[in-house]
Unconditional design. Sequence first.
Length: 271
Amino acid sequence: MSPFGFLKSFGQVKVGGAVQTGIDALVRWDPKGASQAELIEMEKHLDMLGKRVVAARDSYDREAQQYEQIATSYAQRFAAAHKLEDQLAAETVPARQASLQASIETLVSQLEKQKPDLDQHAGDRQAAEDLVRQLEDTYASAADKLKTAKEELARAARDIERAALDKQRSLELANAARLAIGLSKTTGSLNTALDAMHREAEQARRDAEAARLKAAALKISAPEQEDPNIAAALAQVTGTSSGRPRLSDRLAALAPNSDKPAPLSLPAPPE
């Protein structure tokens, strides 16, 4: 059994166990809606699958190298056998013919023994190549899924953050609306109070004007106060002239209480 045959059997056992479980998980995995924990788990599976890809490539390289060595040896022996046949066909010396015939038989025997091994290595090389391609395709698909899942998760995180911001803005707008309503009510109350004060002031002004009109209408006529000529004449008649006092009156007012002299007859000052 070739070394690759053992490696392939070992690989099949591995694939049938943990590696196959990881591959199945990756194949069945839906990146949409994946959580962070699932991403971590899938990344572990992807790393495990990546190591399997590397091992499969190494096995293929070794098997391909061994196949090339065997195939080269087989081709060289096959070509040598044909040359010996050509020489045998042209040889006329019996002893030389017998020697060439023996050499040909030796090469044919070696080729007959080598042929199954060559076919085995050819099959192993093809199987190794198929396994590498399968694992590479699976790895590429898994990597794309993991990348998509990370993008989906990042997008979901951004959506959540955006929703939180939208909610915060909505709350702020609602609060601003409530404040606006409260301010409107306050302003309305203030306007109502100011209107009431204006109405009260206007009413007071009107009441005062009405009172002045009433006072003017009910005022008793007093011509002696309004006409200066009448006022002067009345003053002379009643002795309450608004002019300066007579000198005699002034002097009499200065006399002592005893032996009050008679008032002097002095002419009155001109009015």
